[in-house]
Design a protein around this ligand. Sequence first.
Ligand code: ADP
Length: 750
Amino acid sequence: MSEQAITAKNVDLSNCDRELVQYVGAIQPHGAMLVVNEQTYAILQASRNIENITGLALDQVIGAPIESVLGRGNANLLGRAPLQDGPVYVLRESFSETSTSVNVFAHRCGGVLLIELESVPEGRVPPTIDLYSKLRMGIARLQATPTLQAFFDMAVSQIRDFTDYDRVMAYKFHPDGSGHVIAEAKRDDLEPYLGLHYPATDIPAPARRLFGLSWLRHLPDTDYSPVPLVPEHNPLTGQPVDMSYSILRSVSVMYSEYLKNMGVKSTTVMPLMREGKLWGLISAMHHDAPKHLPYDVRMAAEFLAHMLSLLMSAKESVQTYEQRLRMSSVTDQLVNAFNREPDLHVAFGSRSSPVNVLAQVPAGGAAVVSHGKVTLCGSTPCASDVLALAAWLDQQKQPVFATDALSEHYPPAAQYKTTASGLLALHLAHRSPEYLLWFRPEQLQTVTWAGNPNKPVEIDETNGLLVLRPRNSFARWKESVLGRAEPWQPWEIEAVANLRRALFEALLGRAEEIERINRELIELNVELDSFAYAASHDLKEPLRGIHHLATFLKRENSTLLSEEAKKQLDMIMRLTRRMDDLIEALLHYSKTGRSELTIETVDLDRLLDEAIATCRHRIAETNTAVRRSDSLGTAACDSVQVREVFTNLIGNALKYNDKSTRWIEVGVEQARPKRYFVRDNGIGIEQRHLERIFLIFRRLHGRDEFGGGSGAGLTIARKTVERHGGRMWVISKPGEGSTFYFTLEPESDR
Ligand code: ADP
């Protein structure tokens, strides 16, 4: 074993991680040890102090049969005792030469029998209290505690009652090996350690392993001198003896130094186990003087620690179960809110809503990111930082992302580590970055220092030895948790994953609903088209009749009719013509919806030539310059209908212009999909009318202004491009001109 002094230079306690504490080869002086050959019962090794306890000199003992120390009858007891599972109490023995009484414990380990003779504390009288009934009462009270915290508070105060130690603490390990004091019962005048955090190095890995092996480790006097075994190694194997389970085993020099530096004179440590793993410790400390706990008290304390482990698991499961229940009820409420209100910002982020996103998991703040907008709740980074974070998350492509050290993954987060060292993110949509985010502050911001926080860290270098104090530990712990938040518990991550699933189901339900409505709308549209077709078709007939009758009436009775009557007949004829135009437009419109599209590869430049040719008279009349920029290329479309679209847009561009020098421009923008456009320097359209002009029979001008029109042209044009999968829109500036755009295929996905 490396008996290394802890100096300021080598203070890294992880040295201890490499120390083989179980092969220490020495015991504490409040007892003696015999290492016995399992087959022959001959004594292989003995602790150097054997004579002080038994009165038999070392050389009398080594090599002798065990019965020479314990007597024949007692030695026989060893053969019958079940010695596989750690030390068992075998008997009590008194040695007259030294007037010492000992409790004898024995166990097997590594092919030898380890016999430990622990002296009974001087003046010890058998217990007068009924330990059993005291324990029973204690356990009943532990069971009745309402919370895990109350459970631990009660546990430490009971153990303090049993052991009469100055201070008893419950200590919980974190996944990274660090830990903190979760409950404490102490003498009133002592400084509280409750809430203190310790780095993983304070209880090094081998020590943690050994704590997990025995139910109780007792160190009656931290200032003891270790007693070595003689000879140092097992003479049969040449190896040191494995003392993992030994009661008297000498502790690591680092551990005893550490305790001494904390002002601890005596200590007892009991593990808290959960599902077979070391979960935490019960640590009892005595500050005044050494304290040797008698066997029966140790048994009671050990039994209690055992019960604590069992009850704690149950208590913790209940608490976790309750947390899960609470979170799942919040999930339900959030999903209901989402069903009522599809806008994530309103559903989850509103302060007025009964439950908002922050309620889902314990966090300092939360954010909703959707459609490039951010809604913040609680303590969070600013909106622009959250948006940048969402953009980064988008590249991670993880449905649920959890970290307790965000800046390790995403360095810009270091700037706001105080509010968001921990991030739990839920990605909702597949395409647009929609996120629900929860933030946890850096742990340092939440940990309370139980002592005087203004007192500087204590580092005493006395004789080159570093004096470790809890405050020093805290400083070390602080370093280890920079930029770290309280980790997300598995059930918290699970709750967020459940919320995600539930929201997806709700979205799916909504998509099905939209699809159903769409189908209905398509059917309705078809019906409307056939209705419009039938109606306009049927209306034309009587209208023609009225027109003929009016013409006939005027011609045949020209002498009989007054001038006034003739004017009225003219009016009837004008109106019927106008109505005929309108019906014709309606018929045209309904045909556009009903006719089959004949899709072929079309040379759009030729198509445009034809459309311009159709309008040539109007072009000449208005003296309009027609500019054609790039070639339009080819497109898969219905040539007849698309030609009509061009004719209509060019017609309008020629019509709605009052400038003295007029031009129109037809071209294409090379976007995806291609955007064809017809631009003019005409009268332009006010912003508020940009959508209205696409509605059927909506005109912005008097019937006869700008050459008149039915108001169906743009409706038909838009319907045509939409039937091709494209869309049509306009941008315009009143007085300066308009540009009508259209595409002939669907927008591709991002
Ligand atoms: P119309 O047969 O009246 O031209 P449209 O459906 O083609 O019907 O157009 C609807 C209305 O949109 C027109 O009455 C006009 O007010 C406006 N409009 C269409 N094209 C233009 C344009 N290039 N510049 C200004 N206004 C336009």
